[in-house]
Every structure is written in C-alpha cells, then in structure tokens.
Write a protein that binds this ligand. Structure first.
Ligand code: HEC
Ligand code: HEC
Length: 608
C-alpha cells in the first residue's frame, strides 16, 4: 500500500482545503507520478476523460454531499504515515469501477467490532478485488477521541484485512443522520472520489449487495438480482446472531495478577468477613450497609444515605464486579482490590482512616489476617501507630515512612481479600444464556422481538458481550445525583483521581504489573460528563437507574436514551450527549423491557 500512494501532510480538520492535493499513481501508467492539482473543478482530469491523461486525481470538491466529489480530507495515519490524504486512495485510471469504502468505527462499539472482524465475509470473491475498505476510527475502547496511537489496538480487534486511520473530528458526519448507529459506511466511486451511498449499521447482506449493485451501476451493467437475506430463528441477521452468541456468560472473572490472592478461597472467606463487618468505620458503616445481598448488592435507593455523609451516585450492583476492568461510575479504580480499598477513607462511605481500620483488623481479625498475609505490624505500639490517621493528617505525617507503608499494606490486603470474595460470586444462567447456547425456546416470542428491538434501537453498540456492556464511558446527559444539584463531571474527574492514586495496578502495592501496562488515560472533551456503561445482567432488579439514580424504572431510563438525556441548557448535567445514541421508534420500548427481563439472575452463592 505505502509504496503505491503518495502522502502529503495536510490539516485533518474539515473545512480546510489547501491547494496542494495528494495524487495517486496511475494504475495503467506504470511508475508513480505526482502533480499538483488545483481544486478548481473543471481543471482536473477525471475518470470519464482519463484516456491518455490518467495520471491525475479528480478535483477536490468543496461540499460533503452524495454525488459531489469529496473535499481534500486528511486523516491521521499510524506513526509512520502522518496525515493521509483522501486523494491518495483515488484510482482515476482504473479500467473498471473501483470502490473506496470509508467505514466509520469506534473502539468501544460492539457492532463496529463485528464488522471489522468479519470484513472478509462482507467481501466475497466477486467483489473483493474492486472494493477497498478503510476504517476511520473516531475514538478508542474507552471513548477517548482517537489518536494515531490507538490504531494498532483497534486493528487487533479486526481480521487485519483493512487499513485504519484516526478521524476524531468525525469528518463524514454530514453524510449521516444526526444520531446514527455505528458502524457507518460511505461508499465512494474511487475513480472520481465521489460518494454514492451512505449506510448506518447495515446488515451484512445489505453491505455485500450494496457493493455489487454500486459496482454494476458504475460499470453500466445490469443490477445483480437481490439475494434473500439469511435470517436466524426467523428474525436475526448473521451479525446479530453472532453477537447474541457472544452474550453468553460462561467464564469466571478474568485473572488479576495484580492481586496474588485473587482466587484464594481463604482470602475470599476473610473478604466476606470484611464485607460483613461494621467495625472498620467509626461511623459503623460496612460494605453491606449499601451493598445488600437481597437487592443484588445494591441498596435500592437513588443515592445511598447509609454512609457517613450524603453520597452523590447510585450504588451499582457488584455481583459481577470481578469482571470489570475499570471500576466505579467514573472509572476511578483499575482493579477490584483498588476499588475495595477506597470506601474506608471516603467521607460518604466509612469516613474512616487506614490507621483506624488497621487497628480494628488487629483487634478483631488478627489470626485470620495473619493466616493469609503473614505477621501484622505491631499495632499495639500506639506511639508508633496512632489510633487514627491517613495521608494528610498530622498523626499520619509524623509517622516513620516504613510504618506508614506497613499500615497501608494492611489496608491493601483488606482490599485484596474483599476482591477475592467478590470474584468468588457466581450467578445463575439466565434465559438469554440458554437461548444463546442454542435452546431456541428459552426466550418467548416477545422477548426475541425485544432482543431484535434492542439491536434496532442501537443498544448493542454499547451494551454487548457477556455482561452487555462495552466497559467504556459515554455522556448520556442523565441528571446529577448530587444533593446540591450541581452537575457531575464523571469521567473527567475520574481520570485525574485514578492517575494520582498510589493504589494503581502499576504502583508499588500491585503484586504484578501487567505485561502490557495500560496507557495512562486522558480526558478528551467528549468525556466531560461521561459515565461508565453499566452491565445489564439483572438490571430489571436493580432500580433506580443512572449514575444519579434519578430514573425510577426501565421505561424512563430507556426513554432518556432515546431523547439523549436532558436538553441543552440544563444545569443538572454538563457536556455534549454521545452522538451515537439512536433516536429510535418509541414503540420499541415495551419489547426492549420484556427482553431485559430475560437477563434476570440470582447469586448462586450469596453472602449469608
Ligand atoms: C455508603 C454506601 C456504600 C458503602 C458503605 C460501600 N459502597 Fe461500594 N459503592 C457505593 C457507591 C455509591 C458506588 C458508586 C460510586 C461511584 O462510582 O462513584 C459504589 C461502587 C462500588 C464498586 C464499583 C462497582 C462498579 O460498578 O464498578 C465496588 C466494587 C464496591 N462499591 C464495593 C464496595 C466494598 C467492597 C465496600 C466495603 C469496603 C463498599 N463498596 C462500601 C456505595 C457504597
Ligand atoms: C452510546 C452508548 C450507549 C447506548 C447506545 C445505549 N446505552 Fe444504555 N447506558 C449507557 C451508559 C453510559 C449508561 C449510564 C449513563 C449514566 O448513568 O450517566 C447507560 C445506562 C443504561 C441503563 C441503566 C442501567 C443502570 O444500572 O443504571 C439501561 C437499562 C440501559 N442503559 C439500557 C439501554 C438500552 C435498552 C439501549 C438501547 C435503547 C441503550 N442502553 C443504549 C450507554 C449506552
């Protein structure tokens, strides 16, 4: 590829159309040739009159519209290729029709991942040589606007057959509805660089048929006869059916090398003790105060009143917390043990200190602790270990650094035991699991219609896989849960919190730094006011909903997706709504709710 195209550095922003254009080599003329072309229409060659003069690209247009040549767009390539101009994909001299397919995708998007990893099936032999697909990446898997550095990991999800370029500006937006479902396909006549068709999350059969028909049309051939699309269980297209099968929850939580007791039953038993106790907090608060086993480990309240101070966010179910990579609504922790450490010192939870908690463990659970983690520091020496204190308090700052470290390790080991306990929880098979494993009568007809509606309404972009989540962050403009009604910045506060923490997976309290340590997250504008996509397993039983707990039922929270949350100007939220929330037909809502009911679960081994 790189040898047959010439790359020019041009600004990536839409609306900037410099006079120097990239020029493709002539496919008939032998060696590559370059020439500068004025964007002034009429001066440049095009495929129609390419006879003998086929070493120029078509003139750049100035508007983004079907049927008019593309402007001189540029997209960020990987490290070596810098900015790649759209002109470098032109094939002005091709003797038969050639398509350039710009496929707009995001790293977090489940439907996009299906298309990227099944590109080969979308390109059967009769079209493969005439269609070139280029993925334009908008954002990475945690919804940071895409940089060149994100291209390799996106391509790792795919089947490796297509080039990927970064387009964080979503240059092709004018071709699509304001709130389309990803992936998007812009089919371009590569000889004239003129877009001819735009599709939003098309079925695989539709994509292949569109390629065949467009090629025939451009070559003046009769349109090929339409092929009847394959439907699974009389409803689902092949991509949907694959995604349904991927919704089965069959595996235990993935390993966590940063916690050496992650799967140790003794540590899990100690973790249960810590989960149940109220002794680690001077306010008599415990994990169980807010994570009630009878309510799938939530508290059923909007925001928890059980802590030492009013909280600001809804209590998520933590039955499946062992599966999550980033924890908390804003992704403040990169391991489960790190998240389990935090409640001790947060003022809306225990409002305790690590010294207070370490003393309580020493006094009440010393033997159990030492059986797993070895000797505790001599906490009975109260001159070295004051009764209470944490970083920032005078008692703590006066301590010897080695003693501080020893106390922090007690807190960390408490977190690692709690994580072992939460990782040991298992859930019952849901009707969806049975259906996805091939038991076609496990869902009712209404639930199947609901599952289809779930795809139609664009839900599966973000809610997919075994827990029906992308694990990413999106702004849905849901109302704040803060009692003073100020908007909650969500992810844009969560990132600096995580980066400043001593408890990261890459820090000194981690038992093993991951082989490929995660790249430090960054705040991009779309993450202001963004929150983590919740799991949907068991969702019908964990109301109320949303990060602020402001939606009392499934109907209202689904309706809030449809309308993209609070309108512009509301002070209860901030930032811009995710643009890939589909404005679907509201009559789909009852069916979707019926489907969500099929995600019911129970804990197999609930805490007593
Ligand atoms: C005062 C109520 C309260 C107490 C006590 C409490 N939690 Fe939570 N928990 C919450 C709230 C609220 C959140 C969401 C906070 C956020 O994301 O900002 C949460 C989040 C979590 C999460 C992250 C879940 C996810 O979706 O990623 C885990 C895990 C968790 N808590 C475990 C615990 C453990 C273990 C304890 C005891 C050490 C505990 N919690 C004590 C209220 C509480
Ligand atoms: C762009 C990604 C995205 C899409 C598409 C999407 N969701 Fe969500 N969903 C989220 C995020 C993010 C939240 C949490 C937002 C918040 O609280 O601020 C959420 C919250 C929810 C909740 C509340 C769960 C809870 O525990 O609070 C439900 C239910 C839900 N979504 C269902 C759906 C359905 C049904 C669809 C399709 C109509 C859908 N979602 C489409 C990202 C998405």
């Amino acid at each position: 590829m790189k040898t047959s195209r010439t790359l020019f550095r041009i600004p990536a922003a839409v609306g900037v159309f410099p006079l120097i254009l990239a020029v493709a080599s002539c496919s008939r003329g032998g060696s590559a040739q370059k020439s500068a072309v004025s964007p002034d229409a009429g001066e440049a060659g095009d495929a129609e009159n390419a006879e003998g003069g086929c070493n120029t690209v078509p003139a750049a247009g100035s508007s983004l519209a079907l049927g008019s040549p593309l402007p001189d767009l540029g997209f960020a390539g990987d490290g070596d290729s810098g900015i790649v101009s759209i002109g470098s994909f032109a094939q002005p001299c091709a003797s038969n029709a050639q398509l350039l397919v710009l496929r707009v995708v995001a790293g977090w998007c489940g439907t996009c991942r299906w298309h990227s990893s099944n590109t080969a099936t979308l390109l059967p032999a009769d079209v493969a040589s005439q269609v070139r697909i280029v993925d334009l990446l908008l954002a990475n898997d945690i919804n940071q606007l895409a940089l060149s550095a994100d291209l390799a990991s996106y391509q790792a999800h795919g089947d490796g057959s297509v080039a990927a370029l970064a387009d964080s500006a979503f240059s092709l937006a004018p071709f699509f509805d304001p709130r389309p479902a990803l992936p998007l396909y812009l089919i371009v006549d590569a000889r004239t660089l003129t877009p001819v068709l735009a599709l939003s999350n098309p079925a695989p059969d539709t994509v292949t048929a569109a390629f065949r028909q467009t090629l025939a049309q451009l070559d003046g051939q009769p349109s090929p006869a339409p092929v009847a699309p394959v439907k699974y269980d009389d409803r689902f297209t092949s991509d949907q059916w694959d995604m349904i099968r991927d919704m089965q929850l069959t595996q235990p939580p993935p390993p966590d090398p940063s916690n050496h007791v992650a799967d140790d039953p003794g540590a899990a038993a100690l973790g249960l003790t810590f989960f149940e106790t109220f002794k680690l907090s001077p306010q008599q608060v415990g994990c169980r105060s807010c994570h009630n086993p009878a309510l799938l480990l939530t508290d059923g309240k909007e925001v928890p009143p059980e802590g030492a101070k009013p909280a600001t966010r809804n209590v998520p179910s933590i039955v499946l917390a062992g599966y999550r990579k980033l924890l908390g609504w804003a992704g403040i922790a990169d391991s489960l043990w790190m998240l389990a450490v935090l409640p001790v010192e947060l003022d809306f939870e225990y409002a305790s200190t690590r010294l207070f908690a370490a003393h309580a463990i020493f006094a009440n659970y010393r033997a159990e602790y030492e059986a797993i983690f070895g000797q505790m520091p001599p906490l009975d020496d109260t001159t070295r270990f004051p009764a209470t204190g944490m970083p920032g308090t005078p008692e703590w700052e006066a301590m010897a650094p080695a003693d501080q470290d020893a106390v922090t390790r007690v807190l960390v080991n408490m977190g690692k035991s709690l994580a072992a306990f939460l990782r040991s929880l298992r859930v019952t098979e849901s009707p969806l699991d049975a259906y996805a494993s091939g038991q076609l009568d496990a869902l009712t007809a209404q639930q199947k219609d609901g599952l289809l509606a779930f795809f139609t309404a664009g839900c599966a972009q973000c809610h997919y896989g075994p827990r029906l989540t992308d694990g990413s962050f999106h702004n849905l403009r849901f109302p704040t849960g803060r009692q003073d009604h100020t908007a909650d910045p969500g992810r844009s506060d969560g990132i600096p919190f995580l980066l400043a923490s001593e408890f990261r997976q890459t820090g000194k309290y981690s038992d093993a730094i991951p082989a490929t340590p995660p790249i430090d997250p960054i705040v991009t504008p779309n993450l202001v006011g963004a929150f983590k996509t919740p799991d949907l397993r068991g969702v019908a039983f964990t109301l109320p909903f949303g990060h602020g707990g402001t939606y009392g039922g499934l109907t209202s929270v689904i309706e809030a997706h449809r309308t993209a949350g609070l309108p512009a100007g509301s002070t209860l939220t901030m930032g811009e709504a995710e643009r890939f929330l589909v404005s679907f037909d509201p009559t789909l809502e009852p069916a979707i709710i019926t489907f969500l009911d099929a995600l019911r679960l129970d804990m197999v081994n609930p805490p007593p």
